[in-house]
Design a protein around this ligand. Sequence first.
Ligand code: HEC
Ligand code: HEC
Ligand code: HEC
Ligand code: HEC
Ligand code: HEC
Length: 410
Amino acid sequence: MRDHFGGRPGLFTAVLSALGLAVLVSMGHAQSPSPSPSPGLGAGAGLAEEHWRLPLAPQGEAPPRWSDVERSLAPRSCGQCHGDQLQQWRTSLHAGAFSPGLVGQLLTFDAEQTASCMKCHAPLAEQHQDFEAARQRGEADDPERRGLAASGNGCAGCHVRGHRRSGPPGRDDGATGQSDEGGPHGGVYRAAWFEESEFCAACHQFPQEYAVNGKPLQNTLAEWRASPHAARGITCQGCHMPGRKHLWRGIHDPETVASGVTARFSADGRGASFQLSNSGVGHAFPTYITPKVVMRAVALDSQGRPLPETAAWRDIQRVVDYTGGQWVERSDSRLLPGQSATLRLPWKGSRRITMWLEVYPDDYYDHQVYDALLTGLPAGGPAARLIAKADKRAAASRYRLFETELRRPD
Ligand code: HEC
Ligand code: HEC
Ligand code: HEC
Ligand code: HEC
Ligand code: HEC
């Protein structure tokens, strides 16, 4: 095996194609050919798609009269005047998208492979330039030395093209179009498509031509379009940026998950039952192949200790495998909007049962990706250190929701 991990291309093809991630890269390439917009989004994607032609072109020169803070693409500069957005964004996974799990892999890639990942995780051309410059200096493994790249999916990636700032219609007056160009950063271009779900699609929806058993591995926009939320005009932003907040909470946040699903527990003479419904998630619960959600139940003894031999569970997950050069779907038990699943456990002599939902937001990375990468990387090297950190984080992200004890009715 060792030889395969010798050179960079060797590591790349051996590890990544084993994991199927090379396919993700090629999907990325296929998504990007400019000038034709990314395929598969269908009607209504027009102007947002225009904004999101990946990889993004370099911004070029800012107008000469702009001050340093106006021309800067760094989130902390934007934050000097947009403090609320900076504070919120900092706590989000978009801010953390240039993560150890990503960079640990980029360290083993060439510039082209790196660009194909960065276009979704740190999309500015200037971010890629800064990362390659750090690599040249031998400092790419130090987050302090990666320049703009470190800011991940930052303000400018979503709001700045050719140094023009754009954003949603005016908050108070709904105004669209170019504002007064005499203001800071030459004013702003306000556009209705900032509030459309298609705005999020460039990074959260793969083209249909990469479907596995009819469904691309990232299919969030299509799931949303088929949902009653789309019909009611409730967009991605409506749920993930309420009040225009820059928080983007999702599966990693217990409160967000609890707000999207409904748990019902009941007990009768035969046993206890746990019903889970997707009552308010705007797409499949969960939407990706990476999380695993498990409904769990176990009977307790008279002291309240779990009786492991009684344990029962039901997985809610899309399981895929990369085998023989292609992706295969093993099962898909995710809940589409409106769907429910039920888990029952008979008393079998006990009088108490606990039931809960266990959420593993990073299951696929934790158990498939990082373990395999760690086997291939030179131990103790910079890439292995970053992947080990990501592996620890992924394992620590699991949590429990809705834990409830039910008693046998007399
Ligand atoms: C020197 C202060 C300053 C800096 C720095 C600054 N902005 Fe602004 N920004 C403003 C002002 C003032 C407006 C309102 C402009 C108008 O109404 O014409 C504005 C408007 C906006 C809007 C429209 C939202 C709204 O409130 O109507 C967006 C989006 C925006 N800026 C993004 C950015 C981004 C991204 C950066 C960093 C790359 C940035 N700004 C840096 C001052 C600043
Ligand atoms: C089309 C956009 C897109 C491309 C291209 C892309 N990613 Fe991601 N990536 C995402 C999204 C969205 C998530 C969050 C959902 C998830 O966990 O799958 C993610 C999550 C991840 C994570 C787990 C979270 C974290 O940051 O630790 C890793 C690691 C990762 N990607 C690595 C890569 C690598 C390596 C490449 C290039 C081979 C790549 N990605 C290319 C969109 C993309
Ligand atoms: C992932 C893309 C994304 C990133 C990253 C992002 N924004 Fe936004 N921003 C949006 C969208 C989309 C809206 C409009 C939301 C809506 O109207 O529901 C918005 C709205 C805004 C507004 C208008 C707020 C208002 O109340 O009218 C400002 C100002 C702004 N963003 C600044 C920033 C700054 C500063 C950063 C970085 C700290 C940032 N954005 C990062 C997508 C993004
Ligand atoms: C430039 C690419 C890009 C765009 C545009 C983008 N995202 Fe993301 N998003 C990502 C990546 C990459 C991640 C994973 C970050 C990580 O963990 O490394 C992510 C993570 C998220 C998460 C967190 C999921 C979790 O695991 O808890 C949510 C929610 C989300 N995005 C919603 C949105 C919404 C809503 C929009 C549109 C307003 C949007 N994103 C636009 C790239 C993007
Ligand atoms: C009706 C509200 C609602 C709408 C609309 C919605 N979401 Fe979500 N989203 C949620 C809730 C609740 C969760 C947490 C449960 C979960 O992970 O499925 C979530 C989770 C996520 C996640 C976490 C990853 C995962 O596997 O679940 C991402 C990424 C995401 N949403 C992106 C989007 C995008 C992109 C859109 C628009 C195409 C969108 N969401 C529309 C409510 C919504």
